[in-house]
Design a protein around this ligand. Structure first.
Ligand code: ZN
Length: 247
């Protein structure tokens, strides 16, 4: 694990000779519970990877069909999916969404197999996801699903319809603020100052989230207007981390 962490550190260290000497781009996969989690937790890191010539995919394990105060179900899921595709364009990535209900995710075998297939199909070199101690059950169970997929991606008889990986990707966790039962301990810090506008631009594409649902659930009507820009970096420490720490 330590060698893998050093590798990632080198990738972000400005060692261009190292980065450009690679024969093929790295395949990065970021996995979140909802259609906005990857953007919130690692949108800046994704933009940096893309700028270095690597390939990034975001995967949302639920379809986001519950998180809204006025709409829900298939109509909301469709809207959320369209927003992810706009983010994909803005960041230069691809963005997949699994059709599991928002707010009802469980770490089932069926969904674990879907996650295994997605990691294999992307041929991921690096996978980043939630830790499994989080306030939101969907985040927790996404962390469990990815953790449970981590070894199985190389086992041929599991999800046998999709060829196994012949390498094991580096699995990393997003930064978070949870203290119990285990506080987050950063091993890698990434300065996203150079791409912060790209990250905010990705937030801006999630109209149903950043201008509607998140202000409403936070009981912040002043932000519930589309003409307003998304939250400023650092103004919501539970989701946006200091620039040198976060992604
Ligand atoms: Zn979420």
């Amino acid at each position: 694990m330590k060698a893998a962490l050093i590798l990632i550190t080198l990738l972000f260290s400005g060692s261009n000779a190292f980065v450009f000497s690679q024969e093929k781009p790295l395949k990065i996969m970021m996995i979140g519970a909802h259609p906005d989690d990857c953007d919130i937790k690692a949108g800046g890191t994704a933009a940096l990877f893309v700028a270095m010539g690597h390939e990034v995919k975001f995967l949302s394990v639920t379809n986001g069909d519950a998180g809204h105060m006025e709409m829900g179900g298939g109509m909301l899921a469709k809207r959320r999916y369209d927003e992810t595709q706009e983010v994909a364009k803005r960041l230069g990535i691809s963005y997949d969404v699994l059709d599991n209900h928002d707010g009802e995710l469980l770490p089932t075998l069926e969904i674990r197999l879907d996650v295994i297939r997605k990691i294999r199909e992307w041929d991921a070199d690096v996978v980043i996801s939630h830790r499994s101690n989080d306030y939101h059950p969907d985040h927790r169970y996404t962390g469990i699903l990815v953790q449970d997929a981590a070894f199985m991606v190389g086992v041929p008889n599991i999800a046998a319809d999709t060829p196994p990986l012949r390498k094991n990707p580096v699995f990393l966790y997003y930064q978070d603020h949870f203290q119990k039962p285990n506080p987050f301990e950063p091993d890698i810090a990434i300065d996203i100052t150079a791409v912060i506008d790209k990250k905010i631009d990705a937030f801006d594409a999630h109209v149903s989230q950043f201008y509607e649902w998140l202000p409403w659930i936070a009981n912040d009507p002043d932000r519930s207007r589309k003409e307003q820009r998304p939250v400023k970096p650092g103004s919501n420490p539970s989701e946006l981390q200091p620039r040198i720490q976060q992604s």
